[in-house]
Design a protein around this ligand. Structure first.
Ligand SMILES: *Cc1c(COP(=O)(O)O)cnc(C)c1O
Length: 481
């Protein structure tokens, strides 16, 4: 186990060398009022440069991550993120500009936001976009607030939102956060929305439908045209959860399919490292019905100058301080510029190809309840292993760590028992996918012959199987206690 960096500390060790005279050149006492000055020494570890580098290198291998190996976590799009994006976001002129600077001094930053909004409109087929929301779920909430404002302006009081049972879990949460009551829609035998159920539940008290497309089974909603028509005929709006845009780039556009709003997870599809609650961006794009309600300020271009316009009387207001998570915006901008139209289309084509390759190869090992051409992900079931050997999907997930892979998403979506939701992403080679298949084939054999290997997995990780219930109920994040 790697020690804390404080445990390496020894008085007098140094990891930096400051220029001669540095300390006397900067005198905090002259710049900072006396009452705000620190009175005791700052307790920093004193370590050499190699100790710092080795410490963090060791730490970085204790957890699984995309730079280490495949991370097929369904719905999360854990693809490899090109380092050039991080480099660009770290450029001093971008990383060090301040949101309160005069707009005349941050024209380049505004241009990036403006152009990224235009790219996202081109990719989704919508009229306008905002980059303010800080996560996919935050984009959903923003979108639902736009729906609410739209009906308020029309003097309509609609109280319900329809949500299919194959939707992402954040959809009902977002609808409820905006004070809507949710009504669940059933999936049919093909894993898509049941049109009869939708027709029966759609009426003028319903604000609209939130549709995850492709849905959480990794399936494209086949009757999307009919679905949008049923909702629109009753005056409702259709929100497309577009966090799974990784399957659609350059192939279809939500705007062309008749949706009114979509959110895009820049931190998934557009290659910003994510997870662990780090910064994200749940940009949303809308059609002409909703443009006037978008959050302010809107960034506008006049000639070659960019400015902030707060003058939208019907706006829902701000949903975040300033203009969104700018570092994520720069990464997405850089990624889109680097890939170009052809490259983005190749992303989705390869994501779909990789998922279908895995689905086909794994169908001899696992039950696959909706076994037909999928999009960027698919859902397998551990039912067979449970019935045959008493091995749970959780055991399989934990054993995968011993083979050096992160587990797929497990026990989600809820409509598949013992679910394993697998999203390989486009950045993985056939060789990597074959290694993953081989690991699952071996694990399936172990389930039969050496079940205790699975019950007690993982064996090779820095910490063994965690008591997840206890970790949730008695969260303790202090070291050594
Ligand atoms: C990831 C995801 C979300 C939520 O996005 P966050 O950024 O995690 O809030 C919503 N819907 C779908 C389909 C997703 O995959």
């Amino acid at each position: 186990m790697e020690k804390l960096i404080y445990e390496y500390s020894q008085a007098g060790k140094e990891g930096v060398s400051l220029p001669q005279g540095f300390e006397s050149a900067v005198s905090p006492a002259e710049l900072i009022p006396a009452e705000l000055l620190r009175r005791s020494e700052l307790q920093l570890p004193e370590v050499s440069e190699p100790e710092v580098v080795r410490h963090f290198t060791n730490l970085s291998t204790m957890n699984h991550h995309v730079d280490k190996d495949l991370y097929p976590l369904g719905s999360c799009t854990m693809k490899y993120n090109p380092k050039v994006n991080d480099r660009s976001a770290a450029l001093s002129g971008l990383a060090n500009c301040h949101p309160l600077q005069d707009v005349g001094t941050v024209q380049g930053a505004l241009q990036i936001i403006y152009e990224l909004e235009r790219y996202l409109c081109a990719i989704t087929g919508f009229q306008a976009a905002t980059l303010q929301p800080a996560a996919g779920s935050h984009g959903e909430l923003t979108g639902v607030l736009l729906m609410k404002k739209y009906f308020d302006q029309k003097g309509e009081n609609r109280q319900f939102i329809l949500i299919p049972d194959s939707a992402h879990g954040t959809n009902p949460a977002s609808a409820a956060s905006a004070n809507y009551k949710t009504i669940s829609l059933k999936s049919n035998q093909r894993g898509c929305i049941d049109l009869e159920d939708l027709s029966a539940k759609m009426n003028p008290s319903v604000a609209g439908l939130m549709l995850t497309n492709p849905n959480t089974l990794g399936l494209f909603e086949e009757e999307v045209g009919e679905i949008n028509e049923i909702v629109h005929n009753q005056g409702g709006l259709v929100y497309m959860d577009g966090a799974n845009l990784n399957a659609l780039l350059g192939i279809v556009r939500p705007g062309d399919m008749g949706f009114d709003i979509t959110h895009i997870n820049l931190h998934k599809t557009f290659a910003t490292p994510h997870g662990g609650g780090g910064p994200g961006s749940g940009a949303i794009a809308v059609n002409e019905k909703l443009v006037e309600f978008l959050p302010v300020p809107r960034i506008e271009k006049n000639g070659d100058r960019f400015s902030l316009n707060y003058c939208y009387p019907r706006t829902i207001g701000k949903v975040l301080g300033f203009y969104g998570n700018f570092g994520v915006i720069v990464r997405a901008y850089c990624y889109i510029r680097m890939m170009g139209t052809k490259g983005l289309q190749a992303v989705s084509r390869n994501a779909i190809l990789n998922a279908n390759y895995l689905r086909q190869k794994l169908s001899s090992v696992f039950e696959i309840p909706y076994n037909r051409i999928c999009m960027h992900e698919f859902v397998a079931s551990g039912e067979r292993q449970l019935q045959r050997s008493g091995i749970k999907t959780l055991d399989i997930a934990k054993r995968l760590l011993d083979y050096g892979f992160h587990s797929p998403t497990v026990y989600f979506p809820l409509i598949v028992k013992e679910a394993l939701m697998i999203e390989p992403t486009e950045t993985e080679s056939k060789e990597t996918l074959d290694r993953f298949i081989e690991a699952l084939v071996k694990i399936d054999q172990e389930a039969n012959n050496e079940p205790e290997k699975l019950h007690n997995a993982p064996w090779t990780t820095p910490v063994r199987r965690l008591d997840e219930l206890k970790a949730n109920k008695e969260l303790n994040i202090c070291w050594g206690k």
